[in-house]
Design a protein around this ligand. Sequence first.
Ligand code: PLP
Length: 433
Amino acid sequence: MNEYFGYKQDRLFAENVALDDIARRFGTPCYVYSRAALTDGYRQFAEAFKSREHLICYAVKANSNLAILNLFARLGAGFDIVSGGELQRVLAAGGAASKVVFSGVGKSEAEMRQALEAGILCFNVESSSELDRLNTVAGSMGKVAPVSLRVNPDVDAKTHPYISTGLKQNKFGVAYTEALALYRKAAAMSHLRVTGMDCHIGSQLTETSPFIAAAEKVLALVDQLAASGIALEHLDLGGGLGIRYDDETPPSIAEYAKALLGALQGRSEKIIVEPGRVLVGNAGVLLTRIEYLKHGEEKNFAIVDAAMNDLMRPALYDAYHRILPVVRRQDIPSPQSSPAGGRGGERERQSLLYDVVGPICETGDFFGHARKMAVDKGDTLAVMSAGAYGMSMSSNYNTRPRAAEVMVDDAVVHLVRERETVSQLYAAEKIVA
Ligand SMILES: *Cc1c(COP(=O)(O)O)cnc(C)c1O
């Protein structure tokens, strides 16, 4: 919970709207975002970096809803994209191409063409062959592509291995030891213009030290480049700042910025950062309704109407999300004489340990294990900290239409994505005669 999502008496609110009202009005599963939380997060970044020229490029993949992109665009954000589709979203949401950086190891020719046509700020190039391809594509269009090399600083981000990207063995970026040679190659290519250096070492980092270690390694390279006559305009230090899901204690945005700015003292390059999760993670929750309670011999299950297709972080990373009842019930104390619980109906309301699971036929389809809750069927739960890598990673597995998304603005609720219909899911499919 934070200042945007909290209880008033026994009802959980997003800003000034009760979440049980949202569940009734829009149905479940439903993602709920707080406009104030999104705005405040962005403003904290802007404030923390204001002492020098900077651009905050929101990492679109964390949550790519147009309403969120539009909100950030209006606050002045740039965007970090990883596909042509994300570029199209940014432009549709009113974002400026001139503030877009394009990351990713597998950019296609079509995506390069699209980004050159739009006039993006920079391509974050991740390999020697990508340099070749970009030079050819830009040449065929009579254009010059602005490039950074994404350097892999070989720094341990100390995060989950699946979201660690800055180690030698990861697929991302160019090897530190090869970076200088590749910069020389890029600088000699007629349809490329070297403008910056980039690194991104992972996600959900909860300490500042790996960021600083990466920045120092990158800066050493920048100096070597300058000595060989290649001066850079910007330094892109990536994203990755973590959030609190459970009991993590990540640095605040201000602490993170202070540490980075400390490492950058005395330098004149423009700073780019690419925050994703930290801007949206704790600005969203997923509402889900309990369909059934199942009291087994070893375990109690709360079977809910959201599933791993809606929020796959628990299945994918064994990630922890807090789960809170949207309306708190009075806990009925368990009678000593009857360990299995009281008479019919009462047991449901006792505080018991539940595995909160979805309806999909996969053991990975869970939201939380052994959560102490006093709940009954029909109750609505809020899966907290679900604003990042929730909806954007969702799928239609089991032909489940994707959830509705709403944005709360003080006491007003805006539907920002309608719930999908089943017929939309197979509309592009054809039966063979
Ligand atoms: C995913 C990603 C980000 C954002 O990471 P967060 O942990 O969400 O801040 C930034 N830059 C690149 C290149 C990424 O792949």
